[in-house]
Design a protein around this ligand. Structure first.
Ligand SMILES: C[S@@+](CC[C@H](N)C(=O)[O-])C[C@H]1O[C@@H](n2cnc3c(N)ncnc32)[C@H](O)[C@@H]1O
Length: 250
């Protein structure tokens, strides 16, 4: 299965995106927005007509090409471009009020590249602007290895196969208890890609070290804001949405 096909049917906003949209909706008409990793435009459909100016980028030529084939007449097409979060030299500093990197797009680059991407986001974002993204939760990892009974022999055998492959690729989940982040092969795209997982407290620290401010977390399952006092108990959300403020340049 091609990665592009996975996103063709993705249309709705995720619950935390809806929550965040509720906060920022009145300000969107005044904002210049950068949507990073647009894939096939799930978020484009929700945001592009609401903001003053919308630019969507993706580093995958296949995604941009398929997006253009799906929406050949879109007036937006000039604003949908090939672009990489790690090197956004096409954009000047301080030019976006709102930057979105949705659906864990940031989890498919290395740790060093993630830090570069965050630096670039800080550079192109205006001071006081907002950055929203989601990332996988390392505290969820035990759940990946769970085998559920009662849904038929075929599904049970598939889960056993998956369990063994998870151990083959990653070892046992205990291995990650003391780590802040890890690159995990969680079975995505038939075990063809690896994914960055990070503990929520470590993600907050990573953002703070880069200067991002007023960091808020939102649950994937409920869309509700997560109190910072509960971070260690956060094991049920496979990924989490983060909303933070872009700092002044050094
Ligand atoms: C999981 S898809 C999400 C697609 C869409 N934003 C959505 O929410 O449905 C992640 C997208 O991020 C893109 N991506 C990953 N790393 C990127 C980077 N460094 N720069 C630009 N796009 C990137 C991938 O090509 C992919 O299309």
């Amino acid at each position: 299965m091609k990665v592009v096909n996975v996103y063709v049917n993705e249309k709705k906003l995720q619950k935390p995106e809806e929550t965040i949209m509720g906060f920022i909706d009145p300000q969107l008409p005044n904002w210049r927005m950068l949507d990073i990793g647009i894939g096939l435009g799930r978020t484009t459909h929700h945001f592009a007509h609401r903001v003053k100016e919308y630019i969507g980028i993706d580093y995958s030529f296949a995604m941009i090409k398929t997006y253009r084939q799906l929406f050949p007449d879109s007036s937006l097409n000039g604003n949908i471009r090939l672009g990489d979060a790690r090197m956004m030299q096409d954009f000047e500093a301080d030019c976006f009020d709102f930057i979105l990197f949705s659906f864990n797009g940031i989890d498919y680059i290395s740790h060093e590249d993630r830090l570069h991407a965050l630096e670039e986001i800080k550079r192109v974002g205006k001071k006081g602007g907002l950055f929203v993204f989601s990332t996988h939760n390392l505290q969820y990892i035990d759940n990946l290895y769970t085998i559920k009974f009662g849904s038929g022999l075929k599904h049970f055998l598939y889960q056993c196969y998956r369990y063994l492959r998870l151990i083959y690729h990653n070892g046992l989940p205990q291995r990650y208890r003391d780590k802040d982040f890890a690159i995990i092969n969680d079975g995505a795209y038939h075990f063809k890609v690896t994914t960055y997982y990070i503990k929520p407290a470590a993600q907050i620290e990573q953002l703070k070290r880069l200067g991002f401010k007023n960091i808020r977390l939102f649950s994937l399952k409920t869309g509700v804001e997560i109190p910072k006092t509960d971070l260690n108990q956060l094991t049920k959300d496979s990924w989490i949405y983060y909303l933070c403020e872009i700092p002044a340049k050094n």
